[in-house]
Design a protein around this ligand. Structure first.
Ligand code: FES
Length: 115
């Protein structure tokens, strides 16, 4: 595995329709989600509305409902759905050999944005 991807652990630690978080030193925490059909997505763990913790929301198909005021955020694009407007950065994820990897550049970008 080259250095482009960060190994963040085994896929089986992330239940279907569940989420976990990954702290980023100097940057925004990242939320990693798994959908009912097994896709994995990662977003900065801050709702574009008032920074609610998306990792504590409920996953439906490829969106998550923010636990604070029920905005729905696309796990694919990071955009608010429906009438609401806003966007949260997404981080490319891949699954290989039963482990999850995040694109290193995108994680580093979240550090720069938070600085
Ligand atoms: S903070 Fe997420 S809907 Fe308000």
């Amino acid at each position: 595995m080259n250095g482009e991807w960060l190994d963040i652990g085994p896929l089986d630690q992330l239940p279907a329709m569940g989420a976990r978080t990954l702290p980023v030193r100097g940057g925004d925490e990242i939320a990693i989600f798994r959908t009912a059909n097994g896709q994995v997505y990662a977003l900065v763990n801050k709702c574009p509305h008032k920074q609610g913790p998306l990792s504590q929301g409920i996953v439906h198909d490829t969106s998550v409902t923010c636990p604070l005021h029920n905005w729905r955020i696309s796990l694919v694009s990071g955009k608010a759905l429906g009438e609401d407007e806003g966007c949260v950065p997404t981080i490319p994820v891949k699954v290989d050999g039963g482990r999850m990897f995040l694109k290193r550049d995108a994680v580093m970008a979240s550090v720069r944005e938070a600085a």
